[in-house]
Design a protein around this ligand. Structure first.
Ligand code: PMV
Length: 329
């Protein structure tokens, strides 16, 4: 296995005080200023910083126990995954990082209350829950910043799932990634709502990992994206500080569309949106024309998340009756 100083650093700090079995929950998060592109593949170091909103009611619950077999056994949403399953492989690859030290295999049972791989960021909560599980199972006692760096090795966006409200993932400058972690920025304000429209629960055809790589290497729009993200991040921080819903919504929408534009500029182009995606976006814009403040964001999948305020929930439910909602108190 390739060695990185962060991995040596972390392994040096680990203690082993094994519990029999632990169960941990981690929430998912939705980026309002997106992470798209890595400066280091294996360490999941991003080109740009990003900012997300944690959804406390939606995420992953993971039960972890040490197994006496010679491979990991991974069950996801009640289904045992074969060793060649891409999700099982990704989980085992992550556990391999610590294996030289922990010297064991695991039984991992994981349940999402959000559809997996449908652009609803279940890998974020999945790797955050797994990291919390390892921390508890082995009694590592890591602080949140270190947990964030560990989870980042499994999935970049997972590093933002350790705090409530708005969280910034600092891109960092160091080659070992020791300055690339999440940090709490602000509480989500009361009355803010995020709804997700489940338009298409199918597995996506191309993973965000692959799509990021292809975009970075072949899209002529990528350079302008990375410059724009720095500007968007500063404006988003101001909108959050001022509790400007319009500021937040406009930026989230523009940033998501710009990310998708970089993918459309890739050769061959990458398009996650389906006709249902465009239908939902048109409905959002139509509602806005009618004076209802509602905005959308979209990740690496066809599903759309909408941002609105509690006072408009009735009207919005009429348009999107199939929506799941996260209310912030
Ligand atoms: O962490 P990954 O590899 O699942 O990538 C997440 C990418 C986006 O969801 C599209 C953006 C983000 O910042 O969460």
């Amino acid at each position: 296995m390739e060695k990185f100083s962060f991995l040596e650093w972390i392994v040096d700090r680990l203690t082993l005080n094994n519990q029999e079995k632990v169960t941990c929950f981690a929430p998912t998060n939705i980026a309002l200023v997106k992470y798209w592109g890595k400066r280091h593949e294996k360490l999941n170091l991003p080109v740009t910083s990003s900012l997300s909103l944690t959804l406390p009611d939606y995420g992953t619950i993971t039960t972890l126990e040490i197994s006496d077999t010679q491979c990991d056994e991974i069950t996801m949403n009640g289904q045992v995954l074969g060793i060649n399953d891409p999700v099982a492989k990704r989980v085992s690859d992550f556990l391999d990082i610590f294996r030289p030290y922990t010297a064991c295999y695991y039984r991992v049972k994981t349940e999402n209350n959000i559809p997996t791989a449908a652009g609803l960021a279940s890998s974020a909560s999945g790797f955050a829950a797994l990291t919390l599980g390892l921390n508890e199972l082995h009694g590592w006692n890591l602080d949140k910043q270190t947990l964030s760096m560990v989870a980042r090795l499994g999935s970049g966006s997972a590093c933002r799932s350790f705090w409530p409200g708005f969280v910034i993932w600092h891109k960092g400058e160091r080659v070992d990634g020791m300055d690339s972690y999440g940090e709490w920025f602000a509480q989500a304000w009361p009355g803010l709502c995020l709804g997700f429209l489940l338009l298409d629960p199918k597995q996506k055809k191309i993973s965000s990992r692959e799509a990021m790589k292809k975009t970075m290497h072949s899209s002529m729009l990528y350079q302008s994206w990375s410059k724009q993200v720095d500007v968007d991040l500063e404006s988003m921080k101001t909108s959050i500080r001022d509790r400007s819903f319009h500021g937040l919504g406009e930026l989230a929408e523009a940033n998501a569309l710009a990310m998708h534009a970089t993918m459309m500029g890739a050769r061959p182009p990458i398009i996650y949106s389906s006709s249902q995606t465009w239908g939902a976006i048109e409905k959002v814009w139509q509602l806005r024309e009618e004076g209802i403040p509602i905005y959308f964001t979209q990740d690496a999948g066809p599903n759309v998340k909408v941002l609105f305020q509690e006072e408009n929930i009735k009207t919005i439910f009429q348009q999107f009756p199939e929506m799941y909602v996260q209310h912030f108190m």
